[in-house]
Design a protein around this ligand. Structure first.
Ligand code: FAD
Length: 515
């Protein structure tokens, strides 16, 4: 007999994990062992454009978790399963083989995953297995923050205010979940369960070999302890100017001239890409290696308040508002399944006419557009699997509004290359940039990439770091190198003229379907 917790790609941790805590409590109550499973589903990874980097990150976190749990006599069984349609049958068959009484898992809000879990419930019931799916991903569970008319917010600011009120009146929602308790050593007398300890975590998934695995392992260390240190670094230490990467967030660079810790100056520094000002926690939050609750609890400790202050008045408050964006996009995802299905949130933009230009798309991906800030951002993500938020906005808006290439191609490419690739935030960010989403940038307010460049990289250090061809340029030339300088340095000329491209975008958005 057993109680099973089914771990997923978004909850790769043993501490502060709701479904795991509940599974453990149930196992203790019933006096039977707790068993963990994880299903590797290559077909899902293809369907969801999963990046090999993220798969590798998943496998190494699983290996870390398996080792931790072994000391508690809890097995973690990782199984590769195809086809993805029959995962529910496979999981329920495994549970039956172990005579499991209960299955626990954290809910995944994406459509395919919800359908899969519904099928699991349908199969579990006649098999006499209690299936328990709980909310864990957000600080406030989807379905709770609603407008006066009982609808899910599609505009961030009122959502955030209501979200904050809810959270502050229910601080128990962010209390830490208990750690799983050890199994009795009797588990080793059960030969079926004992055998699970010996099953190795796969080293890779076919078709998802991570080409720069060593670099990624260096830049993004494995495990919850590393994530907690990265959080502490953000909350308590000053930004260093040499941290543009690819470099491990924990390997601090040269002394910094900043006076205060990153978190305290975040309000004013977050949009600067030429310093390492943000937390770089996104890969850990996306994979659930650390919980959003832990981030908020630690931030509250630093604020020294007995309620959460998430307002633009302070650095830390501004950061907590970013964490609220993560909840916002997950709430949107769970309420509007169409965002998981490649459709614009605002249906009126479904027919905007896009350019089909593979040459331009490749140049964008490879950081050869002739626009230094865009090229720097695209090269950053190519080398380290992460890009600064402001740069994500600039590069995405450039692809969509300047090159007039379908935002879905950009969304897919980001998923394939990011270490923090996450459907809700990535889709939200892309639809924001493409002006097709919930609370988007209005289509007629098109970023000027040159002035954005000056704001995001005032020193030019960011561009010089990632676009070494331009490393000798100083002053305004770094943002817009003159034609003859480009020719001399072997740097490409701009693919399009921004003003002409802007006019084309305005025309096409105004009259979707027309040239
Ligand atoms: P910090 O500034 O330290 O913020 C802390 C945390 O808050 C982040 O780790 C993240 O979990 C959350 N957060 C911050 N900004 C946002 C936001 N705008 N939307 C949602 N959550 C946010 N974020 C992802 O996690 N995965 C993605 O796939 C992703 N794709 C994006 C695509 C585009 C086009 C854009 C514009 C944004 C995207 N973002 C995505 C949001 C944001 O860029 C990253 O979360 C952020 O840059 C991560 O860096 P950080 O951890 O240092 O963030």
């Amino acid at each position: 007999e057993a109680v099973v917790y089914w771990m997923r790609m978004e909850d790769l941790r043993t501490c502060d994990n709701r479904a795991l805590s509940r599974a453990s409590a149930q196992a203790q109550k019933d006096g039977i062992p707790l068993v963990l499973i994880f299903t590797v589903s290559p077909q899902d990874y293809v369907a969801h454009d999963r990046s090999p980097r993220r798969i590798d990150f998943t496998l190494r976190n699983l290996a870390d978790i398996k080792a931790q749990l072994a000391s508690l006599h809890i097995p973690l069984y990782v199984t590769v399963h195809t086809p993805r349609r029959t995962i529910p049958e496979r999981v329920v068959a495994l549970l039956q083989g172990w005579k499991a009484r209960h299955l626990f898992a954290n809910i995944e809000y994406e459509v395919d995953e919800l359908r899969r879990d519904i099928k699991v419930c349908e199969l579990a019931k006649p098999a006499g297995i209690g299936a328990h799916f709980v909310h864990d991903r957000c600080l406030v569970d989807p379905g709770i923050v609603l407008t006066k008319n009982g609808r899910v917010y599609t505009v961030y600011s009122p959502f955030q205010r209501n979200w904050l009120d809810r959270l502050n009146s229910n601080l128990k929602w962010i209390e830490e979940e208990p750690l799983p308790l050890p199994n009795s050593e009797d588990i080793y007398f059960n030969t079926t369960l004992k055998a699970l300890f010996d099953v190795k975590i796969p080293d890779h998934v076919d078709g998802f070999e991570c080409k720069d695995r060593e670099t990624m392992r260096d830049v993004w260390p494995t495990g919850t302890e590393a994530a907690k240190q990265i959080l502490a670094r953000f909350l308590h230490t000053k930004a260093r100017s040499t941290q543009m990467g690819p470099s491990n967030p924990l390997s601090e660079g040269a002394e910094s001239s900043e006076k205060k810790a990153r978190a305290l100056v975040y309000k004013d520094s977050r949009d600067k890409a030429d310093k390492d000002t943000t937390s770089r926690l996104s890969p850990y939050l996306a994979a659930g290696v650390i919980s959003a609750r832990e981030c908020v609890r630690q931030a509250m400790k630093l604020q020294g308040l007995n309620k959460i202050q998430a307002t633009r008045d302070t650095g830390l408050g501004t950061w907590l508002m970013e964490i609220a964006w993560r909840d916002f996009y997950n709430h949107v995802l769970s309420a509007y399944p169409r965002v998981s299905m490649g459709r614009p949130f605002q249906e009126k933009y479904a027919n905007v006419k896009w350019e089909v230009n593979d040459e331009h798309f490749q140049a964008w991906k490879e950081g050869r557009t002739g626009l230094p800030i865009v090229d720097a951002g695209m090269r950053q993500v190519a080398t380290m699997g992460w890009m600064h938020n402001r740069l994500r906005m600039i590069t995405a808006t450039y692809l969509v509004k300047d090159l007039m290439i379908d935002w879905r191609l950009g969304e897919k490419y980001f998923m394939e290359i990011l270490m923090d690739g996450d459907l809700a935030s990535n889709n939200g960010g892309w639809q924001w940039s493409a002006s097709t989403g919930t609370d988007p940038q209005p289509y007629f307010r098109i970023f000027n990439p040159y002035s954005q460049s000056e704001k995001a990289d005032p020193t030019g250090d960011y561009i010089r770091h990632f676009v070494p061809e331009l490393r000798d340029l100083r002053g305004p030339e770094i943002h817009k190198p003159p034609e003859k300088v480009c020719r001399k340095l072997g740097y490409p000329l701009p693919l399009v003229k921004h003003e002409e491209a802007r006019q084309r975008a305005l025309r096409r958005y105004k009259n979707p379907g027309e040239e």
